[in-house]
Design a binder for this molecule. Sequence first.
Ligand code: C5P
Length: 276
Amino acid sequence: MRITEPAPAKINLALHVRARRPDGYHELETLFAFVEAGDVVSVEPAERDEFRISGPFGAALDAETDNLVTRARDRFRTAFGLPAVAIELVKNLPVASGIGGGSADAAATLRALARMTGIGADNARLYDLADGLGSDVPACLFGRTAMGRGRGEQLQPLTGAAGRLVLLINPGIAVSTAAVFARWDGLDRGPLRTDDVMAAALDGRNDLYPPARLVAPGIDAPLALLEAYPGVVLARMSGSGATCFALFDSEEQMMMAAEQASTQAGWWVCPTRLRP
Ligand code: C5P
């Protein structure tokens, strides 16, 4: 039986960097949200392990080299036991783009393998595996709006943003998360509100934007387009970039902005909605 799991893109509605830790990671307060657009992971029993990548951004990844999907499979097998599986990843999201593509794929792989083997989706060991795969993987495994603390792995569910219109734009620049964090200036600019998702998002910041611009100045162009567009409720860079997003109230205005952005060569433009 073939099992298919969506791997929704994540956006950080706000991302406050509070401190550099002795282990090299950073202490965060971030509002994770997920959109309807994403990659897709399918698994099915097979004679021997197989891994195939397709989709518009499939060529950017190599199925033979180390990948978060095969790493998730291998760790799942060590933890729970697993017969041979064929895995297919449909890569719709740009890679290294601040919307958690690789993390979402790893989380969807864990969810699909858990379904295949009868492991509960809320199994605590699944979260331990996710935590070991990357800072955003637990949030992607949870897959719902949440406040993230610590490296991003301590999650507190939140409600109140579902259904909002979101336009994602990536200017075709891959950005290394480690390179961006390494350029953070070390200044704690204060906490993120926690009372209400939208109020916190509007009141919040992305503290990785200044260091991300140093790594990839091309991030400014999509953000400038979104900030100036009529009907934009909030425009911001997601994660460590380079994808920027804008929340809209009007679908018509969002689609007009999408059309304008689509005229830029090499830009990935994705109108979508926030999931619950
Ligand atoms: O956890 P993950 O492997 O996805 O993180 C990639 C890199 O991003 C880390 O090696 C680290 O340099 C940086 N990072 C960080 N603080 C975080 C999350 C990531 O410094 N909270």
